[in-house]
Design a protein around this ligand. Structure first.
Ligand code: MN
Ligand code: MN
Length: 468
């Protein structure tokens, strides 16, 4: 058989594995770069779940979304949102079709791995003041030492007054850091396994070194409390009712000589939050009711009243049915059983330096477009929400019709990978769900890397899903 004939046949029968950048013209490339600029700005303004919700509320309101609590009734085309305790948010555009036929949902999460302050964090040792932390989510502890850290969050006084804290982001602000042992004295530490090299109890933030006065016990601690009292009007006990999060004080930046990537903290999963939120802003008068979820607590199991496991999302949909004037017993369950969802969470991109943990044919590639994970479990698909083939076909069809570059992958080798998302929680309600997000390098590190092409593919993919 002549060679060119075999090539023709290949073209017809083989899956297209072309690098996405090769498939876009100059105009689209410009669009990709300008879209990524907006993303970088969004990330720089919002590093915690509370800040993401604040930024997202602003974007939603600028685009005509209204708080559902202020709406008497709802009709096709109406745009509403609900914010749950400043940490999670649901948005919806009422569709033209009978809502009984189901919703089209895209859900991402706003929380990212970080270090939280303990309830009683402040102490002094050897003339230095520290804040004790308890890490949040799955981190490699050694990555969080000797990097600049900022403190973000709220302190709520017993009278209910809330003080917002955001220190370490402005050029004029001080930053903080967690120290590590110098190599000269680290022989024992260097012999430890990486997971044990830094003890969780030693992730203590260095915050001060000037004593308040001579011959005063705990004078450095006193000086810090005095500064905090003057600045925020708080005393030591107020830490117990605070939520203060340590996040990298590094800016999200464009990356690479070719500017093809984004480096920044918290891209898991704020990259999918941004892609889905901005996609929703492009939707007008959809056929199906379009719903966007920004959830919290995904990194620690989605529990609690702001996590996806809470029933607040169900209450939001019930409230829509109430305000449409059509609710009746079991309608909510029926709506869910007919609904479809993209669980928008990041995927692990193939890292050629660590290729041995992935299986190349089934790993997401940078520049390969939005990543679909049919299931997420490892070791016998344990605990996985496995999307039905019929639904995978439907999603493929939407992407193919709309020229959205996509890839279908697994997170790691069969007996290596793992990691869950919110997919199973919604699937348990009877919704057809598939994981569908952006592949990331260095996931859960203080500085994660994404491809601008894949970010843009996610944005376009989410628009296509809602426009169906
Ligand atoms: Mn995630
Ligand atoms: Mn994660």
């Amino acid at each position: 058989m002549p060679n060119n004939q075999a090539e023709e046949l290949k073209k017809k029968l083989f899956k297209n594995k072309e690098n996405g950048w090769n498939e876009v013209d100059e105009n689209i490339r410009e669009e990709i770069f300008s879209y990524a600029k907006g993303y970088i700005e969004y990330l720089n303004n919002s590093k915690t779940e509370r800040e993401i919700i604040k930024s997202s509320k602003k974007i939603a309101e600028e685009n005509g979304f209204k708080n559902i609590e202020n709406m008497e009734s709802l009709h096709a085309g109406d745009k509403v949102y609900y914010i749950n305790r400043e940490k999670s948010m649901y948005l919806a555009i009422i569709g033209n079709e009978n809502i009984e036929n189901g919703l089209n949902i895209i859900g991402a999460h706003a929380d990212s791995p970080r270090l939280d302050l303990k309830p009683n964090p402040l102490y002094e040792d050897s003339g230095l003041a520290f804040l004790k932390t308890h890490y949040y989510g799955g981190i490699k502890k050694y990555q969080w030492t000797t990097i600049p850290l900022a403190i973000h969050g709220v302190i709520v006084k017993s009278n209910g007054e809330k003080v917002e804290v955001r220190i370490g982001e402005d050029e004029e602000d001080p930053i903080f850091t967690i120290t590590d042992l110098l190599p000269h004295l680290a022989q024992d530490q260097m012999d430890k396994k990486l997971r044990n090299a830094i003890d969780g109890e030693n992730l203590n933030l260095l915050v001060g070194s000037i004593p308040y006065g001579k011959d005063v016990a705990e004078a450095v601690k006193l000086n810090i409390l005095n500064i905090l009292n003057e600045k925020y009007g708080i005393t030591e006990i107020d830490f117990t009712s605070s939520e203060l999060e340590l996040v990298p004080a590094m800016k999200c930046r464009s990356m690479g000589f070719d500017n093809s990537m984004v480096a920044g903290y918290g891209q898991d999963d704020k990259i999918c939050v941004y892609a889905s939120l901005t996609a929703l802003m492009e939707i007008q008068n959809p056929l199906k009711t379009s719903v966007c979820i920004i959830s919290d607590k995904e990194e620690i199991g989605s529990m609690g009243n702001t996590g996806m496991e809470s029933h607040v999302f169900d209450t939001f949909i019930s409230e829509i049915l109430n305000k449409m004037g059509i609710n009746r017993p079991n309608l909510l369950e029926k709506v869910f059983c007919n609904s479809k969802m993209l669980s928008a969470d990041v995927d692990a991109a193939l890292d050629p330096i660590y290729a041995s943990v992935s299986e190349k044919n089934n790993a997401a590639q940078f520049g390969g477009g939005i990543g679909l994970n049919k299931y997420t479990g490892a070791r016998g698909k344990s605990g996985a929400s496995d999307a039905n083939a019929e639904f995978v076909a439907e999603v493929r069809n939407i992407f193919e019709k709309n020229n959205v570059k996509y890839q279908v992958s697994e997170l790691g080798k069969v007996d290596v990978g793992g990691g869950g998302t919110i997919a199973y929680i919604l699937a348990n309600k009877g919704i057809d769900v598939i994981d569908c997000g952006v592949p990331i390098l260095s996931m859960h590190a203080p500085y994660e890397v994404s491809s601008k092409f894949d970010l843009y593919s996610a944005y376009k993919g989410y628009i296509a899903f809602w426009k169906e």
